[in-house]
Design a protein around this ligand. Structure first.
Ligand code: ZN
Length: 155
């Protein structure tokens, strides 16, 4: 079998998959496949089988430098400031303030302001997935596609 074709995610969170045999194109909602790391097996209505690989990281993780705040629901609502380092549709990475008490699996409410023309304020419920000294990684609890972030990532 050939290498899976790479499929890039579009601005609205969908991806077009074209059958290499009949060239019929189907549109899928890419975010519903975000946790799948291996290639997707596709069977076309023409009977062809092929594989595709959805490229989330290439499009969807952006290095940023944005200020924000957090409230740690798992630690008596402890609050702090943060410097957002990277942003994706699935989560964020940030540098916490010096004396943070954030632990893995804590639930944080994170608020930050995009440096877009509107100064869009984003507030997200997140779960901490990694803590390395002051470097915190969080996943968003909602997996619903957020077009405010999606549009920002592609500008
Ligand atoms: Zn086909």
């Amino acid at each position: 079998m050939k290498d899976p074709q790479k499929i890039y995610i579009k601005k609205n969170g969908t991806a077009d998959i074209e059958c290499p045999i009949c060239h019929d194109t189907k549109t899928i909602l890419a975010s519903s496949f975000k946790d799948i790391k291996r290639p997707l097996k596709v069977q076309c209505t023409c009977g062809a089988h092929f594989q595709v690989r959805l490229e989330f990281r290439a499009m969807y993780r952006k290095k940023v430098n944005l200020l924000g705040t957090y409230t740690n629901l798992s630690s008596r609502n402890a609050q702090g400031t943060l410097l957002l380092n990277d942003l994706s549709l699935q989560g964020i990475g940030f540098t916490a303030d010096e004396k943070h008490t954030i632990k893995k699996n804590d639930n944080l409410v994170v608020t930050f302001v995009l440096d877009d023309p509107h100064g869009t304020v984003i507030t997200k419920n997140t779960t901490v997935v990694s803590v390395r000294k002051r470097a915190i990684g969080c996943e968003f609890e909602s997996t619903t596609y957020d077009s405010r972030i999606g549009n920002y990532l592609l500008t």
